[in-house]
Every structure is written in structure tokens, then in C-alpha cells.
Design a protein around this ligand. Structure first.
Ligand code: NDP
Length: 330
């Protein structure tokens, strides 16, 4: 059994020396636990926050211990009622090959209904993030013009497509390569998209949304947020989901210089955490799973193989190596 430990808290971009892949005994499941052989591990931007000591909405990873994260795997031993050997479960002890999981923290999955990795992405945490943030926090309405950053990523690609399926009049996305931009328009049906590395975001957004935007779903922060405020229409809503452009900063990033525009637009800017919206999970699955099944909602995954590449996969998410959800296949 191999597992990834955090050895030291990264300053700025995480370095390989901050981590170690450690050999550990396969854990023995106690009463009420199941032993899971992990098959897919999730790597997510929020994990960068857990590598720092600063208190946040999830506790920091402990130094010298296995890191954690979403994972799906097969039960190979069960000391818990209701979960049998051979069942597949979603749980939170990723970054390792084998995990002893409390049954109450394991969610049984229908392995026949969708590919296992989908429960980490399009039908899992990142899918629900897109759904809840767009419909609840940003209060999407029919006819809205919607802008989403990180649009070729796990959350962003779902935001744009769900917005279209729910009647947005125009959906605009930004991403970090021309190839991703092409994918947004040609495969995901975005009305316009731009590469934020090709020029100032504010200018590119104004060109893509000459009549302004009603909703901005922020995955990035920084100049994207300032540009969105600059293009916000009256009654506009900004849902702050993430700010990946600042996660490796060692100094606080400057704030948007144009917040005063929120006055004239009566604009609203609101952050949210997916963990507050799990009450939407049944509705989300009921609505989104058929779209995924029919192909009305498309998704991609970037799959990295092998526990030894778990760290590189995580760093790849911060660099933008991924298109859609990044997962590690064991
Ligand atoms: P993604 O699949 O979107 O991967 C992250 C992407 O961010 C990369 O692919 C990269 O794409 C882009 N990126 C990296 N650096 C920058 C930068 N400096 N400027 C602009 N884009 C950058 O990850 P997720 O879909 O899992 O997460 C997206 C966002 O949502 C993150 O900010 C995350 O923290 C947040 N989140 C928030 C949740 C909540 O509850 N509030 C829950 C889940 C996620 P590119 O090539 O386009 O640069």
C-alpha cells in the first residue's frame, strides 16, 4: 500500500520535496469499517489550501500523514452492515491505494449506471458545484448572458453547458489555450470563448459580450473578476466559486479596482461552498444524469495513471494541463 504524505507546507508553487510517496501496511478495517481498494483518485484545486497551515473551511493536511481527497474504489473486506465485498463506494480517503473507511462516510455507487470516474466529476462534487453555484448562488434566469472562467475545466465546462440547457441567451467562456477555446465553442456549444493568455481579459470579454453580462461564474479571480464587474449589467450576479489565479500567491492579490460599479448595477457578488448545497444532490442527479446519458451535456476527463503520478496530476491541475476533470487511475 502506497500513500502520499505532506512533508512540509509549500510556499508559493508546491515543490516535489514537499511530498513523499510512502510505503505503508494495508490498513485493517475495524468494526463498522470497510477496506477499499481505490480505483480513481480525485485531484482538486482546493487541496492547495489544505497544504497550508492557515485555517479555512477544511482542516489543513497533517504533516507526515496521508493526504486526503475524493476517491472511488471497490470494497474488498467489510465489517459494516449494508456494504458488501464487491460494492463500489465514494469516500474521502484518496491519495492512497487502500483505505479503511467508516461505513457512514462511504457512499455506495451504482457502478453500472456511469463510469466510476464520473462520480468524482460530472456526476460528483464538481458537477454539483457547477449546478448549485449557477442555479442557486447566481440565480440563473432564462435569457441571461453568462460568462464563466476556467471554462474548459471540470466545474466551468459544466457551468457553460448547464446555462445553455437552462435557457441562457449567450454563454461565454475563457480558458488558457486556443485548443481549449476551440473545444468550448465546437463541442460544448459556447457562443463565444477566448484565450485569456492572448490579451487583456477586459477587452476580450467586451468583444465577446458587447451587451454586457448578467452572470459571472468565477473560478479564477484576479483580472477576470475585475473584467466581469466591468461588463456587469444591471441586476447582475457574480458567484465566486474559486480564485485559482491566487492559490499559489505568497502576497495578497490586489482587489478589483472597479467595485463601485456594483452600486450603479445593483450588482451582487456572493461566494459559495458546494458543501452547503448537498440538499440539491438528488435534484442535481435527477436532472443532470439524463443529460449526460443522452449526450446533451458533454464532459471530458484527463486521466493520469498510477499512484506515483498523483502529485504530478495535482500540479497539472494548477498549471492547466487538464481538460475537464483531472483524475488519477490506479
Ligand atoms: P479545473 O478542472 O477547472 O482545473 C483548474 C483550471 O484552472 C486549470 O485547468 C487551468 O485551466 C485553470 N487555471 C490555472 N491557473 C490559472 C490562472 N492563473 N488563471 C486562469 N485560469 C487558471 O478545476 P475545478 O473545476 O475542480 O475547479 C475550478 C474552480 O472551482 C477552482 O477555483 C476551485 O478551487 C473551485 N471550486 C470551488 C468549489 C466550492 O465549493 N466553492 C468546489 C470545487 C471547485 P486553463 O488552461 O484554462 O488555465
Amino acid at each position: 500500500n502506497r500513500e502520499w504524505h505532506l512533508l512540509s507546507r509549500p510556499v508559493g508553487w508546491p515543490k516535489p520535496e514537499d511530498f513523499a510517496l510512502v510505503e505503508a501496511p494495508v490498513p485493517t478495517p475495524r468494526e463498522g469499517q470497510v477496506l477499499v481498494r481505490n480505483k480513481y483518485l480525485s485531484v482538486d484545486p482546493y487541496m492547495r489550501g489544505r497544504m497550508s497551515a492557515a485555517k479555512s473551511y477544511v482542516a489543513p493536511f497533517e504533516l507526515g500523514k496521508a493526504m486526503q481527497g475524493g476517491a472511488v474504489g471497490e470494497v474488498i473486506e467489510s465489517n459494516a452492515e449494508g456494504i458488501a465485498v464487491g460494492d463500489h463506494v465514494l469516500h474521502f480517503l484518496g491519495w492512497r491505494e487502500y483505505a479503511a473507511v467508516d461505513a457512514q462516510h462511504a457512499v455506495k455507487l451504482d457502478a453500472g449506471a456511469a463510469p466510476l470516474s464520473a462520480y468524482l466529476g460530472v456526476l460528483g462534487m464538481t458537477g454539483l458545484t457547477a449546478y448549485a453555484g449557477l442555479l442557486r448562488t447566481a440565480s440563473l434566469k432564462e435569457g441571461d448572458v453568462v460568462f464563466v472562467s476556467g471554462a474548459a475545466g471540470a466545474v466551468g465546462s459544466q457551468v457553460g453547458q448547464i446555462a445553455k440547457l437552462k435557457g441562457a441567451s449567450r454563454v461565454i467562456g475563457s480558458a488558457g489555450s486556443d485548443e481549449k477555446v476551440k473545444l468550448l465553442v465546437e463541442e460544448y456549444g459556447f457562443d463565444a470563448a477566448f484565450n485569456y493568455k492572448n490579451g487583456p481579459v477586459a477587452e476580450q470579454l467586451r468583444e465577446a459580450a458587447p451587451d454586457g453580462i448578467d452572470v459571472y461564474f468565477d473560478n479564477v479571480g484576479g483580472d477576470h473578476l475585475e473584467a466581469a464587474i466591468g461588463s456587469l449589467n444591471e441586476g447582475g450576479r457574480i458567484a465566486v466559486c474559486g480564485m485559482i489565479s491566487v492559490y499559489n500567491n505568497t502576497e495578497p492579490a490586489p482587489g478589483p479596482r472597479n467595485l463601485a460599479r456594483l452600486i450603479q448595477t445593483r450588482g451582487r457578488i456572493e461566494g459559495f461552498l458546494v458543501s452547503d448545497h448537498y440538499d440539491l444532490q438528488p435534484q442535481f442527479v435527477q436532472e443532470v444524469a439524463p443529460w449526460v446519458g443522452s449526450g446533451a451535456l458533454k464532459y471530458r476527463e484527463t486521466v493520469v495513471e498510477g499512484i506515483e503520478n498523483n502529485l504530478e496530476a495535482f500540479l497539472g491541475v494548477l498549471r492547466g494541463d487538464n481538460t475537464g476533470k483531472m483524475v488519477v487511475k490506479l
